[in-house]
Design a protein around this ligand. Sequence first.
Ligand SMILES: *Cc1c(COP(=O)(O)O)cnc(C)c1O
Length: 223
Amino acid sequence: MSTVTSRLLEIREHIPAGVTLVAVSKFHPVEALREAYEAGQRDFGESRAQELSAKAPEMPADVRWHFIGHLQTNKVRQVMPHVSLIHSIDSLRLLCAVNAEAARIGRVADVLLQVHVAREETKFGFTPAELSAIAAEWKPDDTPHVRVRGLMGMASLTDDTTRISADFSAVAKAYNELKSGLFAGQPSFDTLSMGMSDDFPLAIAAGSTMVRIGTDIFGAREY
Ligand SMILES: *Cc1c(COP(=O)(O)O)cnc(C)c1O
C-alpha cells in the first residue's frame, strides 16, 4: 500500500459521516493525486489557477475540483471549466466576476464566501460583521449564475487550541446566522468548510461539514 493510500485510510477514520474530505493536492504531482484517486478519493483542492487547469485534464473526469486559494478576477475564466466548488470568494467584486463568467458559459457556479476571523492581517475574506451587513449590498437573486453554498474559514496560525476553537465557533456562528437569515429557505446553503491538517478535529467539533487536508495526506509541500 502506498504512503498516500495508508495516510488517507488513517484520516478517514477520524472524519465522521456527513463531513466531506477535500484532499488538498496543491504543489503535489499528478502521480500522488492518482494514488489518492485509486484509494477512492474524488474531491481534490488546488490553490492556483494555472496548476488546476494543468492537472484537471490529467485526472479522471469524475474528480470534483475545489478551488481554495485567493482567486484573481482575471483567473476566473481559467478556473471555471474545471471547478465544482470555489471556496474563496472574498469580495462582492469577485462574486460578480464569477457570476458573469458562469453566465457566459451557461452554467451555475457553486461557491463559498470566505470568512476572515483569524488574527493574521493578511488573510482574505469577509469579516462576520461584513457578512451580517451583506444584505444591504447584495441578495442571492442579484447573481443568478452563482449558488452560494456556505462559508469557508481558517483559524489563526497558533498552537493555542482555545483560540483556534474560538475562531471556528465564530465562523460557525456567521454560517448559522446566514442560514436562518439571508439564505433561509435555501437548502443548498449547506456547506461549512473549515479544518486543515493541524486543526480539523477542532473544526469538526465546531460544526464543519467539509475539511481541507493536504499535508496529512500527501506529506510536506515543496514550494
Ligand atoms: C493549503 C491549504 C489547506 C491544506 O493545508 P494543510 O495544512 O496542508 O492540510 C487547506 N486550506 C487552504 C485554504 C489552504 O490554502
